[in-house]
Each structure stands twice: as C-alpha cells, then as structure tokens.
Ligand binder design. Sequence first.
Ligand code: ADP
Ligand code: ZN
Length: 733
Amino acid sequence: MSLRREFDYLIPPEFETHLTVGSRVKVPFGSREVLGCVLAIVDESPHANLKPIAKVLSGLAPITPTILKLASWISEYYCCSIDTILKTVLPEAVRREEAGWRERLVVRLIKVEGAQQTATKRQQLILDSLQANGEVPLQKFLAEARTSSSTLRRMEEQHLLEIVSVVSERDPYANETIIPTKPLPLNPAQAVALAEVRKSMDASAGHTFLLHGVTGSGKTEVYLQAIRHALDCGKGALVLVPEISLTPQTVERFKARFSHGEHSTMVAVLHSHLSAGERHDEWQKIREGRARIVIGARSAVFAPVESLGLIVVDEEHEHSYKQEEAPRYHARDVAVYRGVVDKAVVVLGTATPSLESYHNALSGKYSMLKLPERADNAKLPMVRVIDMRSEGRKAKGPPIFSEQLKEAITQRLERREQTMLFLNRRGYASSLQCPLCGYVAGCPNCSISLTYHRAEQRLRCHICGHAEKTPSICPQPKCRNPAIRFSGLGTEKVEETLHKMFPKARVARMDSDTLRRKEDYREVLGNFKAGRIDILVGTQMIAKGLHFPNVTLVGIIHADLSLHMPDFRAAERTFQLLTQVSGRAGRGDVEGEVFVQAFTPFAPAIQYARRHDFEGFYDAEIEFRQQLGYPPFARVALLTVRGKDEEKTKWCSDYLRAELDKAVAGDDSWKDLIIAGPAPAPLLKAETYFRFQIMLRHRQMSRLSKLLKRVTGELRMPKEVFMAVDVDPASLQ
Ligand code: ADP
Ligand code: ZN
C-alpha cells in the first residue's frame, strides 16, 4: 500500500550536521521501522510528541533539490502521490538500505622482501603472470592461469600474494572497443543551430529550442558539439532517447566522442535492460560526478546530474516518453520544466515535431531551429504511394506485395542492395474466423481478437499475453465447421511469403517475438549491417534511428493500419511513422526509394508524408484540432474507471461524472471546461477489467489538475473498482 501523506519527525542532535533535504532515513512507524526520504527540514511542527529519526543512511543524499522540485511538480500536475513518484525517480537498487556495490575477490602481489625466493617453479609462473597483469579477479585468474584455489590459498599463507575483496564497478559496455571520433565541420544550418544553443547556454536562462531537422540532417552532430560546450563550461548534459532507439549504435556515438582513455566513465547509460546492479553503479557514477553525460530512456530525466547545462530530448514526438502507469508523466515535458529549474538549455530534436511542440515554437514559447537538408548531401528518398484497392481488384483479394514493390525488391536483390519492409503488426494472422457462423477467436480477458502465431502454433492476445491452442475446427458447438480460416496479416506471414517468393534471398524478421534476449537485437542488426541479410522485415522496432547506408528500398506493407484508430492523434501518428520509416532509405551514396502501400492512399497524412511536407501536414491538422478543441488548443485529462463487474464499474463512472459536474456547477470560470462521457473505452475490456472513460478538456491544465485532485481525493470507490487519472494522455485506449 502506498501512503499519500508526509510525516514529521524530530532530528536528534547527532544527525543535525549531516542530514539534508533528500537524505534517506530510517524512522519508527507504528511498531516497525521503515525507510523514508527527507522532503523538508522545518523549525516547527503542528504535531506534538514527535518521534526521533532512528538512522540516517550513509552516502550522498540520493535525492537532490532539483529532483525534489521535479517530484513535487509532477505530483501537482499529474495528480499523483509523492511517494509513487519517488519510486520512479530513484532506481530500486539505490533505494535499498545497504549500498548496492558489487564486491569481488581479486588476486594481487604483495611485496615482502625475500618471500619470493622461497617460491617453487610452479609458484613462480603464477607470480610472473601477476606481475605482468597486475590485479586480477580471482575467478578469471583460476580459469586462465589453470591453477586451483588451494594453490593460491597456500601462496597467500606464504605471503606471496593476497586475495582481497574490492568494490568492482559493473560496466555494461566493458567489452566494447570504441574508436574515438572528432567533431565534424558543421554545415551552415547546423552552425546556426549550435551557435544559438551555445549563446543560450552561456546566458543560463533555461530556454527551450525545437530542433526540426529532416532525418539524416545531422541533429546528433549538433547535440554532440553542444555537449562539448557544456563540458567546457564545467556543466553536465542529459540526453534522452526513446527506449527503442537506445541501441548500441546510438550509445556508441556518444561514447566515441567523450568516453575513452582517462575519461572512460564520462558517459553513463540508463535504460531498462540494465541489471539492478548495473543501474546502481551507473547511477552512483552520476551522483558522484564522475559521469558528466547521461544518456538514457524516459526515467533518465531524473538522473542526478549536478550543474546541468544541457538537456537533449531526441525524437521528442515519441509517445514512449509518456509513462503509461502512475506517475503518468511525460519525460519531454518534465525535461522542459527541469530546464527551468536547473537553468539548463533544452533541445527538443525531431524530424516530425509533435503538434504541441511545433505550436509552442510558432507561438514563441520555444525557439525554432531548422535543418532542412540531409547533412551528407544524400537526397531524401523518392516516395511512391500504391493504391492497394486497385491491386485488390486484379486478383482474388489484395496481395501482400503489389507488383511494383515485388519488382523493386527483385531489383535490389540483383544489385546486392538491401531492403527493409515494415508492418506494424506482429504474428502471422490477425484473427481466426469461421466463415459459416461468424465466430472470431477472441481473448477471454480482453475485448480483442487473438493473433495467430505460426511458429509456436498458438493464438495469442497482444494485450494481456493470454495464449491458447489453435482449434482445427470451429469451436462453436452448433457449427463445428472444419473450414475455419485465418485473416489479416502480420510480420510472420510477410516473412514466410518472402521466403516463397524469393527462395534465394536471406530474410530476417525483427519484432518482439523474435527478440527475446537483449543480445538478439544486436546480433540481427550486426548481421544486417555486415550485409549477411538481404531483406529485413519488422515492426516499428526497425523504424527508428537506424543508419544503414546500403538500404536503398523501404516498403510499408499496410500504411493505413494506424490511421483508422479512434484517437485524435491517429493522423499525426501515421504521418510520423511514415516519415521515420522512409528516413531509413538512401542514407548512403545511392538514392533511396520508398513504397507505401495503402487502402486510403489519398489520406492527408499519407500524401504529406509522401512529399516530406511537415509544414503542410501541420497546417491541415492544426485546423482540425482547433475546430474540435483538441490539444494543443486545450489540454486533455482522461479518467478511467475499471473493475471486473461491468455494471458496477459503469455505475461508478456515472457517479464520478456527477461529482465532477457538481464541483464546477454555477462557477463561471469553468464555463469552457468540456466533459465527455463516461463512455466505454475503445478497448472496453482489457486484462479482465471493464473500463469506462471520462474525458475532460480545458485550456489551463494546472487548474484542472487541482480540481481533479480534490474531487478524486474525496471520492470513495467501492472495493475492486479503481480509478486512474491520466493528464495529457498519449493513448486513448
Ligand atoms: P540525424 O540525427 O538528424 O538523423 P545524423 O546525426 O545521424 O542525423 O547524421 C546523418 C549522417 O550525416 C551521419 O552519418 C553523420 O555522420 C553525417 N553528418 C552529420 N553532420 C555532418 C557534417 N557537418 N558534415 C558531414 N557529415 C555529417
Ligand atoms: Zn487478452
């Protein structure tokens, strides 16, 4: 259970000197002692009989004043309790009472005069090896020097060597060889961008820039040189990238510029694939100031970098910056606020700005920087949209590959160039249907059809993970039709079709089904880069940030898949996806080509993406947002009530609506608040819970947050019915 409240304790005199705001402490709570965090130090308390703090945990206070400010802002803005936020802010391994350093045994020489003369021949070999290698981990030494631990123990007794325990830092990148890089001479657009950022950094005004640069325009080079400037000014830098593009390739670019030789700890990396121990060590490196550059995914926005000069949010439009569970913060927006707190420059970089950020840049809240051309003189690829409706009329049904795309792949295979194919749905077939009775295999826990996965011969739910055997006949007792069939397609089917169509081609697939282990990702990409794969098929995983010069063809199998979602951002998302995917083509010497297969080829999102025309798309889309009162013209808060009993849940959501109406009734200042719902969520049932939603829209979120905090705080929901507040939701599912 989480306690929403803060408690007062006495500071015993012996702790007074080293207790600070942010310190971790042990305090009596009821009959137990619990861990807590000092949120403030005050002279008086309204409570009598305060208990004293029992213990102050050693080490630097894990929570810095900046982080505490961010936490309390998130608590207000996103309507969330402070302790839930602190759990997100501090990695688990750092929150524990005992220090999470790893210790290991090492073998090393000791110099005792004369001792060595007594060594046997065999012992002398061991001593020579230690002499050459210095301190060696015990495990490694046993394996490599082919000796036994009893031999070593005996030598220890003879004072020839010692076996001691030392703290050893885990370095997830220890085995990489990184070749240092030098700053590139900038092109004029890059130079202007860098100059603006530097000027602002020197003024320490906490200003935000939107760096709108087409894919391959050299945004990363601008980040790198801006970071260099921060270091030169004695300041640190924070680089946020979406989890999915936090690839070894990305990290390497930063390490190669800053992290080698005596500066090997300069860059710390934080992401979800680190072990708890690795995360602890990276975090401590940052807290102790040995790492001055942090590169990480969403929660790295809370990294305790001291005197921060620069925050980069790469691919700022990415929805994965929004956390989908409490605290439901948006890392880009937290970064902008952190810039203000730390007086650091914030650079939001992207080829496809979110409508919110672009609007902010046009209105002057942010400053706009543009990189309109590719840096390496490569041209943007030629994009062709293929009308799959006419393709469908040719044969029995629409094929997976249009004639044009098939032809283009054949050409690439002949020319030994590479192809990437993209479909945003994994699995083999998206549903199993009975053509006689209309039965569709659905998930028992969610209102969604099950996807057929051919390799494992099972039906799977992509929401909750439920899996079951594939029936061979229709399971409806009255039907039992043996001619039950699959429809819709996924990446697995695309891969299979390619094997049939091009038996000699080397095809690989990349989606979360094929990438179970973290090494898999690296391996497939390594093979692709080395030219051992001709065609790479994948989901959005292959859309982001990857750079392969030999890819000259990109095919999007079904471009309108994301267009017809019940979400006001569907068009924006489709435009972003198409632009990002197209950006993978032609990054080398040969001009790239992109084929977009679509059933609604004239949708504006598809047509503007075809012309690489972000401004055109923005102008069209912003009008629609304005007319309907959607962001950026209003802020949205989404309340979701969920429970296992549909009736009861619906009733509770009606009750919540009534309470909201009551709270604003008769108050003129709320007159442009729009409340819609409750309505069943687009996905009514998910993971066995029924869900109803109320959507609120208002100009001023800070005011709406206060109202929501009050109303939801006073509300008592019956057992087994839960309510979630999502401020600025990224998904309306
Ligand atoms: P973005 O981050 O905008 O997608 P990148 O930083 O990956 O673009 O740059 C694309 C390519 O252009 C990279 O290979 C990079 O090394 C190269 N590049 C960037 N800036 C320059 C420059 N000023 N001169 C020459 N090449 C550059
Ligand atoms: Zn399910």
